[in-house]
Design a protein around this ligand. Structure first.
Ligand code: BYC
Ligand code: FE
Ligand code: FE
Length: 482
């Protein structure tokens, strides 16, 4: 195998970046490590530090064979520093330095901008673990419990990825930022996480699956944009992170799909064909489709806020600098500098939603958000196919991008999921049709009862078609009492 593909497991911190020969960075990481483990034990998965979990660990960054499965206690998981293989003679793919050799060190003039991007990216990773820490208590099966923990340990590793870049390339500032990443905490009054959606609660498993469908997909889009970076270590880090992200979105999309399948099946067996007959559907102990729609409305709108303002000079500066590109920049065929170009942006002007051409450089957040919406549509289509297959007359849909927004053009407006602008009072009056209600939360709470016998599943979710790592249906993915 070519150099740098295999992971060195000899030291405390598995890596393919030659840590054994880099005493300064190794020491910084080893100094940070105990604080990380404390953080994991106190703010990571609640009550499962001693459980044996069937997890995959990276042993190589070669896409054809990087994962090894085995039982581990999560605090002993081999979090490591893994970069995708270097591309020979890589060039900066966009911006004002386009065509120059990719940077192996941080260009002094872009130090502050790059540090901010790394810190924001790094902040989201532990935040999601904190948001999900109570879910182990109510997992609908050992299969789902294992998937939750797989996502959690990989988000932990993504934190390591950003901490490595901060400590290696930003000296004392980087070490301080790495400490702060363990200090801020999701939902905290005084020291919250940096971005809105990462301070929201994830109270139930439907929320978890929605979060991994929508919010982890923001992760994918942002990582795709950063994978284009002219700062080569960031590009290589993000390329490897993306291979892990695919599983997170699989967990989300298939989780929601299994909930939908179970609901449709239970309705069919009971002879109920009206999906809006909530009382009848809930008597079956399954999750009604209108509630699933309200959760989509919530998680989609929270996630759109993560793309920032539609029109942003930060985004233009990061692109010009060659630090953050567009989604799959390398497949685009323009000049990759965009100086005279425009892009259509949805705006709220004189009380109406209109599309307006704006300089392309200023509208990069909008463009990435559009790519996100496209990418999301496929999953909703697959959910609708499950409903159609059961012969039910109901369609799930993404709400309008202006619905329920707190950042950007639509933050000031009240827009319904269909895209109609409303008065504040009528929006409030209709709110419970749009977003999950307290009663929805109470109902879901009654369903959230753990199922822990191997092969068992809660009554509101269908089993998966295939096990993880081709394991049989009754495989004991998590050994809780060992
Ligand atoms: N909440 O010029 P603007 C993931 C702030 S998810 C709070 O529009 P920009 C994951 C903004 O910071 C991917 N504040 O901003 C998923 C700025 O403040 P300052 C995470 C917000 O920079 C699941 C001001 O408003 N990675 O990996 O163009 C599980 C002006 O804004 C928000 C990244 O996001 C908000 N939602 O765009 C685990 C990539 N939005 O600096 C993990 C790195 C904006 O003026 N981040 N503001 O005080 C970025 O590229 C950009 O910072 C953003 C914002 C896209 C986030
Ligand atoms: Fe992540
Ligand atoms: Fe993720």
């Amino acid at each position: 195998m070519p150099d740098g593909l295999n992971v060195d497991y000899d030291g405390l911190i598995p890596n393919n970046v030659g840590l054994a020969g880099d005493a300064r960075v190794r020491k910084a990481l080893e100094t940070w490590h105990p604080g990380y483990i404390d953080w994991w034990k106190v703010r990571g998965p609640d009550g499962f530090n001693d459980a044996l979990v069937y997890l995959r660990t990276a042993v190589s960054v070669d896409p054809s064979g990087w994962a090894k499965f085995g039982f581990v206690r999560m605090p002993d998981y081999k979090w490591g520093i893994l970069l995708a293989p270097a591309v020979e003679d890589r060039r900066i793919p966009f911006g004002r330095h386009r065509g120059e050799p990719a940077w192996q060190e941080v260009p002094g003039e872009y130090r502050a901008m790059l540090r901010r991007l790394l810190v924001i990216q790094g902040d989201t990773e532990p935040a999601s673990v904190e948001q999900q820490r109570h879910l182990g208590a109510t997992a609908p099966s050992l299969y789902d419990l294992r998937n939750l923990f797989q996502v959690n340990v990989e988000e932990g590793r993504h934190l390591w990825a950003m901490v490595y870049l901060l400590q290696k390339y930003f000296g004392a500032d980087g070490r301080e930022e790495a400490e702060e990443l363990l200090r801020r905490s999701s939902g905290d009054q005084d020291t919250p996480r940096m971005l809105g959606a990462f301070n929201e609660a994830t109270p139930d498993w439907l929320s978890f699956f929605m979060f991994t469908t929508f919010t982890d997909r923001d992760g994918k889009m942002q990582l795709e944009a950063l994978a284009q970076s002219g700062f080569d270590p960031l590009s290589r880090t993000c390329r490897f992170m993306l291979t892990e992200e695919a599983h997170h979105m699989f967990v989300g999309e298939s989780g929601v799909g299994r909930i939908i399948a179970r609901t449709c099946e239970a309705m069919r067996d009971a002879g109920i064909d009206d999906p809006t007959d909530i009382a009848a559907v809930r008597r079956l102990g399954v999750i009604d489709l209108p509630l699933i729609q309200r959760k989509i409305n919530l998680h989609f709108s929270l996630t759109l806020d993560l793309f920032g303002n539609e029109i942003s000079t930060n985004a233009a500066n990061a692109f010009n600098a060659g630090l953050k590109g567009r989604f799959r920049e390398h497949t685009l065929t323009d000049d990759h500098q965009l100086a005279g170009d425009t892009y259509p942006v949805l705006r709220l002007i004189d009380g109406a939603v209109v599309r307006e051409d704006v300089p392309a450089l200023s509208s990069l957040n909008m463009r990435l958000r559009d790519d996100f919406v496209d990418d999301t549509q496929g999953g909703v289509g697959r959910w609708n196919k499950i409903i159609a297959r059961h012969g039910l007359d109901f369609r799930l849909a993404l709400p309008h991008v202006g619905f329920n927004r707190r950042i950007g053009e639509f933050a000031r407006a009240q827009i319904d999921p269909a895209g109609h602008i409303m008065g504040a009072a009528s929006w409030q009056a209709a709110r419970d049709d749009f977003l999950p209600t307290a009663a929805d939360g109470d109902y879901l709470a009654t369903l959230m009862r753990p199922v822990r016998e191997p092969g068992g599943f809660a009554g509101w979710i269908a089993p998966p078609r295939l096990g993880i790592d081709n394991k049989p249906g009754d495989f004991e993915y998590v050994k809780i009492h060992d």
